[in-house]
Design a protein around this ligand. Structure first.
Ligand code: NAP
Length: 275
């Protein structure tokens, strides 16, 4: 890992998080190269992490074992076409973190038969607690899989998919998922305030409860349904609240919501591939 040179195309929020995670994992800063058009952002990356930052994409890519495509999804096609010859000549592994952009489209823009890994991280990666799904095309070898995994693990946990089609479901669960929890937290906080708590207290109790519940579930061997039953005494306060939530058929609502997100992810993938 430590001898690998990693180039980032785009030095925005996600690249910053990955770079911060890699530095925290003791990856040498000299092996991290970033292309970023904005001079202030380049200066900040150099000042904060001592990485090498360049205005030109081709300069950042020079000699890289792996290139992380960290620009917005609609910028991926022109960036890949611009760098295709250099990527092929160097044998560089391409890792795209762009939401929705499919491996086969990236491979076609590269000219075909190139190793491509597609990653779907989520926003908590910005605070190093992301959940990322990875998919590798048939040209990616074992060492390249390990390299891609190590990079994304710098910002949280990683799972591999065997079927790229499942990326749409991943997008519906973990990609868009932080917003569902924000919505729930917002609703709980607002309810707490309406019952008389001040905003700060309602916020703090809501957020710490969310964190505590997630940590308990992660650390437990039991599934979340069992955990829920264990904290729900018959006739108690939790049961009273859950009755209200379940009478609105929350499970069916989530099924509809995730299906809607999955369908939209599929549509976006097709649109991005048609560039
Ligand atoms: N943020 C997340 O939580 C998250 C989660 C999952 C996936 N992703 C994916 O990660 C990617 C990056 O997201 P982000 O939030 O980091 O975006 P961002 O903060 O906007 O970063 C993208 C950076 O790339 C620069 N850029 C634009 N065109 C470029 C080009 N042709 N060559 C080199 N650099 C260029 C942008 O500069 P300008 O601003 O000057 O255009 C910007 O600094 C996206 O594809 C997104 O789908 C992000």
């Amino acid at each position: 890992m430590n001898e690998n040179t990693i180039a980032f195309i785009g030095g925005g929020n996600m690249a910053r998080s990955l770079i911060g995670g890699l530095i925290a994992d003791r990856h040498p800063a000299a092996g991290l190269r970033v292309a970023e058009p904005d001079a202030d952002r380049r200066e900040a990356l150099i000042a904060d992490f001592e990485v090498q930052a360049f205005q030109e994409n081709a300069t950042a890519l020079r000699g890289a074992d792996v290139v992380i495509l960290a620009v917005k999804p609609d910028r991926i096609a022109p960036v890949v076409r611009e760098l295709a010859a250099q990527i092929r000549a160097q044998g560089t592994l391409v890792v795209s973190i762009a939401a929705g952009v499919r491996c086969a489209d990236i491979d076609a823009w590269l000219g075909g038969d190139s190793p491509v890994v597609r990653a779907m991280p989520n926003t908590p990666a910005l605070v190093q607690t992301g959940a990322t799904a990875l998919f590798a095309n048939a040209s990616v070898d074992e060492a390249q899989r390990n390299l891609a995994e190590t990079i994304l693990r710098a910002v949280g946990m990683v799972v591999w998919l065997d079927d790229e089609q499942d990326m749409n479901t991943v997008t519906a669960i973990s990609g868009s998922g932080p917003a569902y929890f924000f919505l729930t937290m917002e609703a709980m906080q607002t309810a707490g305030e309406s019952m008389g708590l001040d905003a700060r207290t309602a916020r703090l109790l809501t957020l710490e409860t969310a964190l505590g519940a997630a940590r308990m579930a992660l650390e437990s061997a039991d599934d979340v349904g069992d955990l829920k039953r264990r904290v729900t005494s018959p006739g108690g306060t939790t049961a009273a609240a859950l009755n209200e939530l379940e009478s609105g058929d929350l499970a069916a609502l989530y099924r509809r919501a995730l299906n809607a997100a999955g369908r939209r992810a599929d549509e976006l993938g097709r649109e991005l591939g048609d560039q």
